[in-house]
Design a protein around this ligand. Structure first.
Ligand SMILES: Cc1cc2nc3c(=O)[nH]c(=O)nc-3n(C[C@H](O)[C@H](O)[C@H](O)COP(=O)(O)OP(=O)(O)OC[C@H]3O[C@@H](n4cnc5c(N)ncnc54)[C@H](O)[C@@H]3O)c2cc1C
Length: 475
């Protein structure tokens, strides 16, 4: 009997990789669709010198999770396209607010003057933090919006935090847990009575960052050392991010970790010796199951035997996002340079943000933009199920309104991504603890990794897979 990994997205493939590294035994990955990579999908127009990313496009190199991914990228010998901190795509981040494109401050000096869309200098938000007493959060959690509003004021919550949450998880900051992004700031505030106070005092006490790459026993990955030395802010991959799951699949196949495509798992039942997987044409006995599936998919397949586990998994909500890639045969279309812009939800537009892909990476004479729409507000804007053409036209209308680009794109692609990003709403941490407690109490031979549980970024899901494999007992 072997170990089975469910899902061939980046977390499932990573689980296969770490299983191989730790145990060196064959294992099998079952993927429902005809391809690996999950939401990582690159459409490469090599002859025209540009590419479209339908999902993620950049990875951050920082901290333990960043170093862990770089180690994987290094071992797979992939070519990196770094973006340094001084690059315009790292320095310039914009908002579309109050009818204008506003450049956010990118240095401490920017805190002094009043910068649109804010009506007061940003340093006043810091004074607010210093002057405000701490409120002890009920059940150790609150929404990131309420935390930001409490500490820094409503404008920061509306125009800095809310758009950032849209950019990261297409979610509503009023619902997302403060622990999703600001766990350590929140802890510091609760412990020291304010964010700035906490940052000041904890400098002498917290050694997290120093210990952060501790899992690399003796030597940290050389790409990580290079990223620190060259001050990378983020990176992409030559040929697009899909190179990562493709290379992983190839590497795994060479080492007896098979990936079975078109193999949807329909049911899992656990017994004293392991588990049975129900596939379309077979019942497969396995020793242990690693699930990298979205929580609602795992819920479906455990429901018959473990309905209350399924109910806990279904408590993790997801949102749908529309991604529209646009390419123009002219690289001088944009009046602005930077990573792109975000649209704060207070603007009440269907657009979450527009990424300036051709500012981040060279696209050989093209301007390439990606418009993201919907997210937490998907049903408000798209319940009438618009066609791909209608979605494209809508995206172009906003590109014209916001960026003053009125030309027809030469190439475009529209993807509607159903339930693509889990929402870490208030209480998420406890929800995940309860799911893992259930699995442990019932001694189920099941490990869970992937975007639903331990972070939604690529780095998080790769590290989540590694940690779950590290926890498996040696038999
Ligand atoms: C639009 C968008 C933009 C993003 N941008 C970034 C970014 O720039 N940087 C970043 O770090 N992260 C980004 N992310 C997040 C990142 O892409 C995801 O966290 C990551 O790809 C999730 O990988 P995963 O393997 O956990 O899940 P998935 O990619 O969802 O993979 C799960 C796999 O399981 C398969 N499956 C489902 N049910 C079954 C079943 N019953 N049996 C077998 N297989 C099944 C699915 O087909 C899928 O292949 C973005 C995400 C989206 C949607």
């Amino acid at each position: 009997m072997t170990t089975a990994v469910l899902g061939g997205g980046i977390s499932g493939l990573s689980a296969g990789y770490y299983l191989l590294r730790r145990f060196g035994k064959p294992a099998t990955i079952y993927e429902a669709s005809p391809r690996v990579g999950g939401w990582i999908r690159t459409e490469c127009h090599k002859n025209k010198g540009f590419l479209f990313e339908g999902g993620p496009r950049t990875i951050r190199p920082h901290g333990l999770a960043g170093a862990n991914t770089l180690q994987l990228v290094e071992e797979l010998k992939l070519s990196i396209k770094p973006i340094s901190r001084s690059h315009v795509a790292a320095r310039n981040r914009m908002l579309y607010a109050k009818g204008k494109v506003c450049l956010l401050p990118n240095s401490a000096l920017g805190m002094i003057g009043t910068i649109e869309p804010f009506t007061k200098p940003l340093y006043r938000a810091l004074l607010n933090d210093l002057a405000t007493k701490v409120t002890v959060a009920k059940d150790g959690d609150e929404s990131i919006y309420s935390f930001a509003e409490r500490r820094f004021g409503k404008e920061i919550a509306d125009y800095a935090i809310s758009p950032m949450i849209c950019g990261i998880c297409a979610g509503d900051a009023h619902e997302i847990s403060v622990r999703f992004l600001m766990d350590s700031l929140f802890e510091k505030e609760q412990k020291y009575g304010g964010v700035l106070k906490g940052l000041f005092y904890s400098r002498f006490q917290d050694k997290d960052e120093k210990n952060s790459i501790g899992i690399f026993a003796q030597k940290q990955p050389s790409l990580y050392t290079q990223a620190c030395r060259e001050k990378w802010a983020m990176y992409g991959l030559e040929g697009g991010l899909e190179q990562l799951p493709r290379a992983l699949r190839k590497y795994l196949a060479k080492n007896n970790i098979n990936v079975h495509l078109n193999s949807r798992c329909q049911n899992v039942s656990f017994n004293n010796d392991g588990a049975y997987l129900t596939m379309r044409h077979a019942e497969l006995p396995v020793e242990h199951v690693i699930s990298s599936l979205p929580a609602y998919q795992l819920a479906l397949i455990v429901k018959a035997q473990h309905p209350s586990l399924a109910a806990k998994l279904l408590d993790i909500p997801y949102v749908d996002v529309v991604v529209i890639n646009l390419q123009y045969n002219n690289d001088k279309m944009l009046q602005y340079s930077g990573f792109g812009l975000l649209v704060p939800p207070v603007e009440k537009l269907p657009v979450l943000g527009i990424i300036f892909d051709s500012c981040c990476f060279d696209m050989s004479g093209s301007t390439v933009l990606t418009v993201m729409m919907g997210g937490r507000w998907f049903s408000k804007w798209f319940s009438n199920q618009p066609s791909q053409n209608e979605l494209r036209e809508m995206a172009q209308r906003y590109v014209a309104k916001i960026l003053n680009i009125n030309e027809e794109p030469k190439f475009s692609r529209v993807h509607t991504l159903p339930k693509c990003i889990p929402q870490y709403t208030v209480g998420h941490k406890r929800r995940v603890e309860n799911i893992r407690k259930y699995i442990s109490n019932y001694k189920l031979p099941l490990s869970i990794c992937g975007a639903a549980f331990d972070g939604v970024g690529i780095n998080d899901v790769i590290l989540s897979a590694r940690r779950q494999i590290d926890l498996l007992p040696v038999r």
